[in-house]
Each structure stands twice: as structure tokens, then as C-alpha cells.
Design a protein around this ligand. Sequence first.
Ligand code: ATP
Ligand code: MG
Length: 265
Amino acid sequence: MMCSWEVGLLTSNETYEQVHASMSALGLTTAESILDNWIGAATEQNLSVIDVLNHLFNQEISSRRDSAIKTRTKLSGFPVKKSLDDFDFEFQTSIDKKVMNELRTLRFVNNAENLILLGPSGVGKTHIAIGLGMDAIKAGFSVYFINSATMIEKLKMAAQRGNLERKLKTLNKYKLLIIDEIGYLPFDSEASNLFFRLISKRYEHASTIFTSNKSYSEWGEIFGDPVIATAILDRVLHHSVTMNIKGDSYRLRSRKKSGLFPTFG
Ligand SMILES: Nc1ncnc2c1ncn2[C@@H]1O[C@H](COP(=O)(O)OP(=O)(O)OP(=O)(O)O)[C@@H](O)[C@H]1O
Ligand SMILES: [Mg+2]
């Protein structure tokens, strides 16, 4: 008996053209591009129609997923690409692998909990934040990375232009917001108030990762006012995990090894 694809091809070139046109009209570009190969494979390997359809749909879904990940990664604002698979946990022994594995399940994003990465320069805070952000993008969450000083600048500009609410709404729509480098530069009182408004909006609603080289006891200095610092910390810490990373800067490890840089402590 002749395979049904073969019958289709031999008896109706018009139908074949129409299938291509319909796939194209439906935007099934990947499936359409591999349709002819699969028609060939179906004939050669005697595959069933359902097998072929299954392969075509799977390829379409996986290429759509890949391109959605690419687009979301491009829009995420990551300054560089980092993956947790490239993170050397043997070098950074102060990180509890159990905690890291739990974070990688992304339950904290689902539960709108926060993660605060504290530690000195070069210990991998930004790397971990981006790595978790990449995991979250792959899992289908909307993610945005922003440096805290840049974010404040943007919020101030929005306030001046009368679009603060809209800007806050935009930042609030991300399921995971990563605010990098809190406390590297002190906030003036307008900056602290804007930061508080953002935190209040995201509180118990969406997840935020913060990185900082300052301990919580120093956050009062960052925000210039202990009352606002307490109000911010209260909301940030209510549902949160803190990862206190100790140890040497990864940036300096090779220089230390070669004796080009003095070791601290
Ligand atoms: N344990 C590690 N394994 C692999 N690479 C690491 C590790 N720790 C840090 N790095 C790399 O070292 C560099 C510095 O790390 P990162 O930028 O994350 O540090 P940081 O804690 O954010 O520092 P800073 O406070 O100065 O911003 C990056 O290129 C990062 O990928
Ligand atoms: Mg950093």
C-alpha cells in the first residue's frame, strides 16, 4: 500500500502547495521549513501521519521557546551573560549548595520572595544574580536587571516628567527584578523615597534580587535616614533569603596566585 503522503504528493500538488501556504499563514515557520524533509522521511521510514505531525509540532514549539528565551534575554538588561553552571562553588566555599539548589528551583520567584546577596567585591554576587535570572528566563518568567544608580536616575527622570507611576508600574510587572550594587553610591533623600515606593509596590507581589557590598547595619547610611532604611529593610526582609558571601575576590585570584597582588587579612 502506498503511504498517504506519497498519495498526496502524486495526486495533488495543489494540496501540497496549500499545506505550505497554510503553515506559513499560521506562522508555523519552523515546521514549514522541515515539512519536505519529513515528507521524505515518512516515505522512506514508513512513518505514520501522527508521528510526522508530532515531530513537526515539537520542532515548532522548541524553536519558539528558544527564540522567546533569546528575546527575553536581550530585553533583560543583563550587562554580561553568566550561567550558574560556570560558577566555581569550590572556590566560593561560603555558599551553601543546598540553599543554592533550592534557589535554582525558582520557588522563591513563584512565592514572590526576595534574595539578598551580600559580600565584598568580586565574590560573585552579580554572577549569581544573572545566573538565577537566566534560569528564571528559561523557566518562562519575565526578568529585568538594573544597576541601582541607573534605576534611581530613571525614576528621578520619570518623576520630573510626571510619569513616575507608569515607570513604577513597568518595573513592577517583572516577576523577577534584579537590582545590582545597592550602596556603592549613597542615595539622597529623593532617591531613598523613590526606592521605598518601588519596594512597597513589589512587596509580597513580585520577587527581587538585591546585591550589595554593605551589611544591613550599614543600610541606614546608604539611605541617609534610619527611618526609611528600616521601612525598606522591613519589607525587603519579610519574605527573603540572605546569602552572605565571604572570601576572596575571584577577579584577583590569578593575580594572587602569581604574586602580583597582595593578599588581604
Ligand atoms: N566562584 C566563581 N566561579 C566562577 N567565576 C566567578 C566566581 N566568582 C566570581 N566569578 C567571576 O568573577 C568576576 C567578578 O564577579 P562578580 O562581578 O559577580 O562579583 P561581585 O561580587 O558582583 O563584585 P562587585 O561587588 O565588585 O560588583 C565575574 O567575571 C564573575 O563571573
Ligand atoms: Mg557586582
